[in-house]
Ligand binder design. Structure first.
Ligand code: HEM
Length: 114
């Protein structure tokens, strides 16, 4: 049985797969999850909605729906891949441009003097 869950009801769409105007792939990908939003997003006609009675097999037992699990970011320190202490990186970020600038000014000064 290929069933989709919508509006707190279960529908068996096994026999409808080949006849569904939207194709069988959308029904198959909606199987085993709440397809209410997918169904609503398509903007199914009232004819489509009345057809659903044909495929109704039962109500969803609300007690079996898992409560929504909120994502919690793992509580771990920032991973420093190259193991270089952060303060050295900060000093280098400041020093490297200064050194480049110094070398550039030095070259300019030296070539001008010649
Ligand atoms: C028992 C459940 C369903 C029935 C009876 C049904 C029926 C229909 C019907 C009659 C149409 C033709 C257009 C219309 O009259 O609205 C249609 C189109 C469509 N349906 Fe369903 N449908 C069902 C479930 C679903 C689900 C769960 C999805 C998505 C996961 C879906 C996706 C689509 C798509 C993408 C179209 C094509 C829309 C278009 O080309 O404009 N349907 N369906």
């Amino acid at each position: 049985m290929i069933s989709v869950f919508m509006f707190s009801f279960v529908y068996d769409v096994t026999k409808f797969l080949e006849d569904h105007p939207g194709g069988d792939d959308v029904l198959l990908s909606a199987t085993g999850k709440d397809a209410t939003d997918d169904f609503e997003d398509v903007g199914h006609s009232t004819t489509a909605k009345s057809m659903m009675d044909e495929f109704y097999v039962g109500d969803i037992d609300a007690s079996t729906i898992p409560s929504k699990v909120e994502y919690k970011a793992p509580n771990q320190a920032h991973y420093n891949q190259d193991k270089t202490p952060e303060f050295i990186i900060k000093i280098l970020q400041f020093l490297v441009p200064l050194v480049i600038l110094g070398v550039a000014v030095g070259i300019r000064f030296y070539t001008k003097a010649l």
